[in-house]
Design a protein around this ligand. Sequence first.
Ligand SMILES: [Zn+2]
Length: 52
Amino acid sequence: MTELKSLRCPCGFEVRSRDEDELVRMTQLHAKSSHGQEITTEQAKALIQAVA
Ligand SMILES: [Zn+2]
């Protein structure tokens, strides 16, 4: 079974999924819509943490 992962933006936005690609996509969408920033896949992945 895949680990549940969480990604938290400094603004307080948080997304949880077992699908890392989905986390990355949602984070990129959030960064663009809420912060007007384009972030790379690497930047998004750097924010991902495993949820215990
Ligand atoms: Zn944010």
